[in-house]
Design a protein around this ligand. Structure first.
Ligand SMILES: Nc1ncnc2c1ncn2[C@@H]1O[C@H](COP(=O)(O)OP(=O)(O)OP(=O)(O)O)[C@@H](O)[C@H]1O
Ligand SMILES: [Mg+2]
Length: 330
């Protein structure tokens, strides 16, 4: 293992299941200590990619290295470098929580004298201490889910891969898992997949949006907003000589500022407008001050419209569909 290599390198990864392409030339790198979120609609290829990364599924083509170790030829070694929580994680129904984790810890070759201390720590971290003596088969779904998370982090491997770690958890438990993942930042490299976008936004340093087996967008949530929407938007409620004077007044404030849409005036004479600008920094303060002191307008409300990660996701997956996979127009 070389310390200079990135935690994960994926190059031109392809997976074809009996004629069906699930992953189509995906490439990405994850730095050590980084938390990466995998986003994508159902069937996008997230779980397939994760299973290949962890050495549980052979790729059709392409290359994956984890901490500099090639997955294809050294999958036994890879399994020690990665804590993996698979989708629909199967757990033994008849074992007790601590008994199971103890057993997994031994398999992961955690020395016996360290194991019981680490077990207590992980049970606490995953809020499982009060069910440690319960039979796994009698636990609710959310508790089982957390047993899977506990197992993934147990041996403190350099890389953690969790396929939808918060699926089926209640809001309180989602918070616990989110804090848990955040506590790994900088210490371990983490990849999580999720459909809960605000959660990805709060937890992840970087996001990869996958659609139909391809990466359609990658970057920090802020990068993605910029890349996908390319401009900032403002909602403005304003009264005055809009059509005749506002466009010129806006251009004077900032040359790229335009009216994108304009509503009808209400009883008090205020219209709701949407403004766009190529400027990425927040123009709100400047805009409000300039319009208020201009004398020709009255402003009732102004706020910057932040597209949510949901908007980014919908736009990026739609774009990927159209630009990458749509048949050429006839
Ligand atoms: N064992 C398999 N045999 C054949 N096709 C498969 C197999 N596993 C997955 N697929 C197909 O590969 C594609 C990608 O599936 P995958 O499970 O990786 O998607 P996903 O992004 O994890 O979706 P979800 O959000 O629903 O979990 C899908 O079209 C799926 O039907
Ligand atoms: Mg999946």
């Amino acid at each position: 293992m070389s310390d200079a290599s990135p935690a994960i390198e994926v190059r031109d990864l392809v997976k074809i299941y009996s004629g069906h392409t699930a992953v189509s030339k995906i490439s990405f790198t994850v730095a050590r200590g980084e938390i990466l979120g995998f986003l994508g609609p159902n069937g996008a290829g997230k779980s397939t990619t994760m299973r290949i990364l962890t050495g549980y599924l052979p790729a059709t083509a392409g290359e994956v290295n984890v901490c500099g170790v090639p997955v294809a030829s050294r999958s036994a070694e890879i399994k020690k470098l990665i804590g993996y929580m698979p989708e629909n994680n199967p757990l033994p129904e008849d074992m007790r929580v601590s008994e199971y984790l103890h057993f997994r810890g031994r398999l992961k070759e955690i020395p016996r004298r360290k194991l019981s201390l680490r077990l207590d720590e992980v049970l606490e971290l995953c809020d499982l201490t009060r069910v440690r003596h319960r039979i796994i088969g009698k636990l609710s779904k959310g508790f089982r889910q957390r047993v899977g998370i506990a197992e993934a982090i147990l041996a403190e491997p350099p890389v953690i891969i969790m396929d939808e770690p918060t699926i089926g958890l209640d809001p309180h438990q989602i918070l616990i898992v989110r804090d848990l993942i955040a506590s790994l930042r900088g210490r371990m490299t983490v990849i999580i997949s999720s459909h809960i976008l605000p959660e990805i936004e709060m937890t992840c340093d970087r996001v990869l949006i996958i659609n139909q087996g391809r990466v359609v967008a990658a970057g920090t949530p802020a990068d993605l907003r910029r890349e996908v929407f390319g401009q900032s938007r403002y909602h403005l409620e304003i009264a005055g000589e809009i059509a005749a004077t506002l466009p010129a007044a806006l251009t004077q404030i900032e040359p790229t500022l335009h009216i994108a849409s304009s509503g009808e005036p209400d009883a008090a004479g205020f219209r709701k407008l949407i403004l766009t600008s190529a400027r990425e920094d927040d123009l709100g303060d400047t805009l409000l001050h300039a319009l208020a002191t201009d004398g020709r307008f009255r402003v009732r409300a102004l706020n910057r419209a932040q597209p949510s990660l949901e908007d980014v996701f919908l736009a990026a997956t739609k774009r990927g569909w159209e630009t990458v996979d749509a048949p050429a127009s006839k």
